[in-house]
Design a protein around this ligand. Sequence first.
Ligand code: NAD
Length: 455
Amino acid sequence: MTTLTIVNPSDETVISEIEAFDVEQTDAAIERAVTAQKLWAAWTPADRAAALRRFAAAVEADVENLALLEVRNSGHPIGNARGEAAHVAQVLQYYSAAPERLIGKQIPVAGGLDVTFLEPIGVVGVITPWNFPMTIASWGFAPALAAGNAVVLKPAEWTPLTSLRLAELGLQSGLPEGLFQVLPGEGRVAGDRLVTHPEVRKIVFTGSTLTGRSIMAKAAAQVKHVTLELGGKSANIVFADSDLEKAAATAPYAVFDNSGQDCCARTRLLVERSAYDRFMELLEPAVKRFVVGDPADSATEMGPLVSKPHFDKVASYVPDDTDVAFRGSAPSGPGFWFPPTVLTPRSETDRTVVDEIFGPVVAVLPFDDEADAIRLANSSAYGLSGSIWTQSLDRALRVSRAVEAGTLSVNSHSSVRYTAPFGGVKQSGLGRELGPDAPLSFTETKNVFIAIGAQ
Ligand code: NAD
């Protein structure tokens, strides 16, 4: 039997050992999901909507418990963790409206009636990363359930606790047994089985580009649907005509939030050359003010990195001879602590500019003009997110249209609003989550023509 050792990243204590699902257990879970999905799809739309509303209410009532679990399991600051748990309830509430609104079309044709039905796909496998365990899970399971599917969710090895709790809450809310199951397990075992099992008709994967590519290739063997939310190396573009004080004060939050373990982190800070020196003067105190420490303390803005292997990966990008402009603080002693770090690489092709480090490390680069900013922003293989700071509406719109990314914000660092679509282009992924259309990506359109006989 393989077990997953769950460690508190703030103090390195072992929280629990959890049995990892093997292939046989995963197969059994998928079979249960097949049965449950048929039952669920036969419920009336109003009954499915009511069950999702009860699920939302159960999550809402459990926000504090879920948040404390995330603080211990993932090292998220308590304020962030409360927001993440509340977000899950909001996502469920939002998609609880969908069962009664998945409306097909009636298409004008000769000789009869042509109608479309939005049928559920069947069983959906959701595979999640460790950086935002419960929110990312909800982006998959809430619209999938709303569209009449069953969900088998495999959380990341290091952070299964909040997902397991969400499955309990779903069951307590009256979802059919087996409809929403969480399988703690290894990616190459339970995760891989979700991808290869023929009864799983769609995979929603969030994680690294490397794993996403291999999942897409394996899904192709069965022509299985995939949604992929992958890596990022997003640009925060600061023009000289922007509110520099605000841009500098907010830039640390755009990259150090969640210790930089955020696919949308603006890890390339591009600053117009004429404003570069002033911007760096403003940025330094903002970085030094960033509150790094005990995630259970409500004043904390940044906790530790998630694990020792991940700490080692992030640290490998900042060896002693790195061009560090300035750094914030971090606690010493046990825990995987890494200080907010600002680099000024000498080359645009430096690996700190190219690679997704997934830690609190930002690379600052100057640019000459608007065209140069767009060229630099688009020089990444990724295209997930980004910010544009300027007081010119014309420029904001020109640059927004020119930057190759799925999710942009102007004069803010907003990335995720559950009411709006989210996702990436290029190597950052395929498909969109959230927003009003998400349930559609968990349906198959069926067209039915009914002949009308002549009188
Ligand atoms: P990862 O790819 O290592 O793992 C993600 C999940 O996939 C885990 O549950 C893992 O167990 C599973 N997995 C691993 N190998 C598998 C296989 N062969 N078959 C099936 N499942 C497998 O990624 P990670 O390190 O957990 O997460 C960090 C990455 O996630 C970063 O690249 C980050 O940018 C990305 N991410 C993207 C988004 C987004 O929305 N675009 C959001 C969060 C994280």
